[in-house]
Write a protein that binds this ligand. Structure first.
Ligand SMILES: *Cc1c(COP(=O)(O)O)cnc(C)c1O
Length: 499
């Protein structure tokens, strides 16, 4: 495929502007550009074909099944887009006065109320724009809370599970806490003995997702909470897995004090590849004074922004947070009516259905009822045929599926982490299970085919070591570069010179 710059021909245009009737602006000479901007010159049909060809090479939930565990790639209902582009929302300015933004403020206030109810907690800040930012915000709240009690110097340690998402230890480090990891026992729960040995008066809190990234609900969660609360510490819930429990169980009832919710996962939102996200934090009442400003508040029939929080940790993002995400998530929640529970029930049912269809061909490290996702291992294929989780993932692409999450959580060798979500029909789950079963068979019969996959994609298997060690980072080929080919020494040198 050619770059749009390679398709460019002088003088071609995709549209024409009327001659301007305004006087020339008096731009100071030193600020005027001397050369015209280097923009592609291209006709509209060529431009449309260019972007359509790019889109054809892109895989997303709209092209096929996308069972990326932990990432919750569910269908994004089109009604969300209708709602978010209503002029009253779309044309709103972030600095609009409150009187002219009552509808938007009411939507945010209602979303706060729903999140508090779903989490079983008291107060919400919608500001953080991603799960990871919610984590950082939550840990800053934890620190502010202990500082207020004069315990900030004493409580320096935050505990995470060895199954934790990578953002958890990263957030602990970024917020200045010391990290301590607790092991998982052989049923996939937090190891209580290990936990007891690690919690003491230096502990600020626990950071946990439940169900865990193994897709398992911790069987001793109330005991875990008691261990921390008895030590005067707080419990933080990574709510990226809230998809499994909405309307069924609540983090607040389990004993958690701070939660972040991944709106873009649990409540739908086109995300991934840096797409927009929302990571609101929800807290128990004693932590409310520390929440970011402004809070969206209600006074009778009027809604407004409250900046009057002297103990607030401040702002973590501009204005009130990622508003479009709020609208889409609110639309998703309301489309279920009063029965949000149905969303989680179907997500869990779909995961268990798929697990039942696959458990005899891939290893199942923790044999329990799963929640909204589950983790298989390809270690049996590796042992018997030299086929890895990566090979399985690449071969799935030939079957037209996005691979699941692989090599995570870290405690499972050759992990395949699968999350079907509630928006997939039985036929899709059956087709996906059939593909994974066919690959397991193929691994025994014809392992080279699996090792060489993908065979039917624009880009074949990359040599990942060479891609890292001898990266050609500059596009410098006249024709479509063959990415699966190792660049010659000369090409690599050229690329370096050009960079
Ligand atoms: C996705 C995820 C996060 C991070 O959320 P982002 O919005 O990607 O920053 C944290 N924890 C878990 C378990 C996740 O799945």
């Amino acid at each position: 495929m050619k770059l749009v710059f390679e398709r460019s021909r002088p003088g071609r245009r995709a549209g024409s502007l009327p001659r301007y009737g305004l006087p020339k602006a008096d731009v100071p000479a030193e600020l005027r550009r001397r050369t015209p901007p280097r923009l592609p010159e291209i006709s509209e049909p060529e431009l449309v074909r260019h972007f359509t060809a790019l889109a054809d090479r892109t895989f997303g939930v709209d092209t096929g099944f996308y069972p990326l565990g932990s990432c919750t790639m569910k269908h994004n209902p089109r009604v969300n887009e209708r709602v978010v582009s209503l002029p009253g929302f779309r044309d709103l300015h972030p600095l609009q006065d409150e009187e002219g933004a009552q509808g938007a403020l009411e939507l945010m206030w209602r979303l706060q109320e729903i999140l508090a109810e779903v989490c079983g907690l008291d107060a919400v800040s919608l500001q953080p724009a991603a799960g990871s930012q919610g984590e950082l915000t939550g840990l800053m709240l934890m620190r502010a809370y202990f500082a207020d009690r004069g315990e900030a110097e004493q409580r320096r340690v935050v505990i995470t599970a060895d199954t934790a998402h990578g953002t958890n230890p990263a957030s602990v480090a970024m917020s200045g806490y010391e990290l301590r990891k607790v092991e998982t026992d052989d049923r996939g729960n937090l190891d209580l003995d290990d936990l007891r040995a690690k919690v003491d008066e230096r502990t600020a809190g626990l950071m946990l997702t439940n169900p865990s990234t193994l897709g398992l609900f911790d069987e001793h969660i109330e005991e875990v909470a008691a261990i921390f609360h008895d030590a005067g510490a707080l419990l933080y819930y990574d709510g990226a897995n809230l998809n499994a429990v909405c309307g069924i169980s609540r983090p607040g009832d389990m004993g958690f004090d701070i939660v972040h919710v991944n709106l873009h996962k649990t409540f739908s939102q086109p995300h991934g590849g840096g797409g927009p996200g929302g990571g609101p934090v929800v807290v128990r009442e004693p932590l409310e004074p520390f929440l970011p400003v402004p809070a969206v508040v209600r006074d009778g029939d009027a809604f407004g922004l409250d900046y009057d929080r002297p103990k607030s940790i401040g702002k973590v993002r501009g204005f009130t947070g990622p508003f479009g995400v709020f609208v889409r998530s609110y639309a998703y929640i309301r489309s279920y009516g009063p029965g949000l529970r149905e969303m989680s029930e179907v997500a869990v049912l779909n995961a268990n259905y798929l697990l039942a269809k696959l458990r005899d061909v891939y290893d199942l490290p923790f044999d329990r009822l799963c929640m909204h996702e589950f983790v298989l291992s390809a270690r049996n294929l590796k042992r018997e045929h030299g086929i890895t989780a990566l090979d399985v993932a690449k071969r799935l692409m030939d079957h037209g599926f996005h691979p699941p999450t692989i090599y995570f959580p870290l405690i499972v060798p050759e992990a395949l982490m699968i999350e079907p979500t509630e928006t997939e029909p039985k036929e899709t789950l059956d087709a996906f299970a059939a593909a994974l079963r066919a690959i397991a068979k193929e691994a025994a019969r014809d392992p080279q085919v699996v090792k060489g996959a993908p065979h039917h994609r624009p880009v074949r298997r990359l040599d990942e070591v060479k891609a890292a060690k001898r990266a050609v980072v500059k596009y410098g080929f006249d024709e479509h570069p063959d990415l699966s080919r190792t660049p010659s020494e000369g090409e690599a040198l050229e690329a370096q010179k050009g960079a």
